[in-house]
Structures are given as structure tokens and as C-alpha cells.
Ligand binder design. Structure first.
Ligand code: NAD
Length: 245
């Protein structure tokens, strides 16, 4: 019943936006932050919280520990897109999705074929020298021993991901905001809606239907028109079948 409602709303809507988070990629083997098996629940050998390790000041102070943690917990070079990523790319290809707004940094939406993806928290695939600005692919980070350094000027290379204490990119944020304000259907999936300012974006939605697909409850369940507490891969697979029928 819930699936049918969602499929009907997708069919009748003109401007659909998907807003997602780490739960979209857990089925690809990438752990999220706040689930049972999420990164925050795993006791780390460092005795420091992930928020502190993944902060701007910690990166500057102790880049070697940052990179050890980052490579162990944030880089998954062998992950491939899930049914959810694939369905979203399909929806865009048939004119049924304006864009994906994601908090994820894994670039799996693009791997699935999505073209318009606003990455609120950046991407592990982009990395740059803090001294001269030269760009590097993720392979440079994966292959480096210790702290990755620029081959041109020896500056420290930083992933183009938004660390705690850092602001979001203005253009990405305002493009996401505009898309959400224009949307008549907003589908939110795989996010605990705990990270701000990203989660605050959904307050600007004033379209017809707000749909939430998340395994656990979120602070926004009460205001959604449809809440589905199931795995997003399964839901989106059913959506694709419904759109193709
Ligand atoms: P989060 O860990 O706070 O919440 C993830 C939510 O997804 C949880 O509520 C969980 O119940 C739900 N979930 C997990 N698997 C699911 C599934 N298969 N189907 C449906 N729901 C599922 O993640 P968040 O809200 O995205 O915010 C945390 C931050 O984590 C973001 O800023 C993001 O940058 C970062 N992060 C990104 C990745 C990634 O790029 N894949 C991975 C971990 C963390």
C-alpha cells in the first residue's frame, strides 16, 4: 500500500528531489554513523570520538592519525551502487527526478549514472594540496603511506570533504535549497536527519508530499506524509518495477 502510494505520487509529480544520507550506501557495505553497526558505536582504538578525529582542527594538528582513521573508515574503493542508487539514476533518466541532494561523500550516485548530484559534504574522490591547490584522485590517498603529500610542492593533501567545524560550500547549499523549494515531491532516505545545517534544508520544502524512507525513526517522521521504515534498496527496487510497469 505504501509502495503504491509512493509510486502514484512519483507518477503524478513534476519536480521530484531525493535527499539522502549514509543509509543509502549501507547496502553497499559502507557503514553509516549512527546505526547499530555504525561507525559511532564501534569502539575505536584511538580513544577519541569520530567527530573529533573528523574535525578541521584535528586534521591540522594530527594529520597522521586523521588519515589512518579516514582510510580505515571512510574509504571503500570496491563499493558499487545499490538498487537505491540505480533507481534514482533511472528516475532522472526518464525525467522523474530533478536532482539528488546527498550528505554522502562516496560518489556512488555518480557511479550509478546520476548526473545532477549536489554533494553537501563533498567527495572522497576529490583531494587537493592545501599549499598549491593541485588536485589528486582518491588513488593518491589510498596509495600514500602516512600523510599524503603533493608531488609538486610537498604540501599536505586534504580530502575535499566537509569536516566538522567547516562550513558547507555556498553554491552546493544554495542549489540544493533552490531544488528543494521548487520540488512538489521530496523523498528523503537513509538519513537520521541529525546533521545540521544539511537536515535543516527539508524545512524549506513546501510541496505536495514529503516521503521518509529510513530503517529507524527520525525527528521528522511526524511531519512526513508517508513514512516507510524499511531498507531503502528494497523500497526503491519496488519503485523501479512500478515505474516500468
Ligand atoms: P547517519 O548514520 O546519521 O544515519 C543513517 C540512517 O540511515 C540511520 O537512521 C539508519 O537507520 C538508516 N539506514 C541505515 N541503513 C539503511 C537502509 N539500508 N535503508 C534505510 N535506512 C537505512 O547518517 P547521515 O544522516 O547521512 O548523517 C551522518 C553523516 O555521515 C553525513 O554527514 C555523511 O557525510 C556521513 N557519512 C557518509 C557516508 C557515505 O558517504 N556513505 C558513510 C558514513 C557517514
Amino acid at each position: 500500500m505504501a509502495y503504491e502510494t509512493l509510486i502514484d505520487w512519483i507518477k503524478e509529480s513534476k519536480h521530484i528531489v531525493f535527499f539522502g544520507g549514509a543509509g543509502v550506501s549501507t547496502e553497499c557495505g559502507i557503514p553509516d554513523f549512527r546505526s547499530e553497526k555504525g561507525i559511532y558505536r564501534i569502539r575505536n582504538e584511538y580513544g577519541i570520538s569520530p567527530e573529533e578525529i573528523l574535525s578541521h582542527s584535528f586534521f591540522l594538528k594530527k594529520p597522521e592519525i586523521f588519515y589512518k582513521y579516514y582510510k580505515e573508515n571512510m574509504l571503500f574503493p570496491n563499493a558499487v551502487p545499490s538498487k537505491a542508487h540505480q533507481t534514482l539514476a533511472y528516475m532522472e533518466s526518464i525525467g522523474k527526478l530533478d536532482c539528488v541532494v546527498t550528505q554522502n561523500i562516496d560518489a556512488l550516485h555518480q557511479d550509478a549514472g546520476s548526473k545532477k548530484v549536489y554533494e553537501l559534504h563533498g567527495s572522497v574522490r576529490r583531494n587537493y594540496c592545501m599549499k598549491c591547490g593541485k588536485f589528486f584522485p582518491v588513488e593518491t590517498i589510498l596509495e600514500a603511506e602516512g600523510v599524503p603529500r603533493c608531488d609538486r610542492c610537498q604540501g599536505i593533501i586534504k580530502p575535499d570533504v566537509v569536516l566538522y567545524e567547516e562550513p558547507l560550500d555556498n553554491d552546493v547549499f544554495s542549489n540544493s535549497l533552490e531544488a528543494i523549494m521548487r520540488a512538489d515531491l521530496l523523498i528523503i532516505g537513509g538519513t537520521s536527519l541529525n546533521v545540521y545545517p544539511a537536515a535543516g534544508l527539508i524545512r524549506y520544502f513546501s510541496g505536495d508530499h514529503l516521503v521518509l524512507i529510513n530503517l529507524s525513526e527520525t525527528p521528522y517522521d511526524r511531519i512526513a506524509d508517508l513514512v516507510i521504515h524499511e531498507k531503502i534498496g528494497k523500497v526503491m527496487q519496488a519503485v523501479k518495477a512500478g515505474l516500468e510497469a
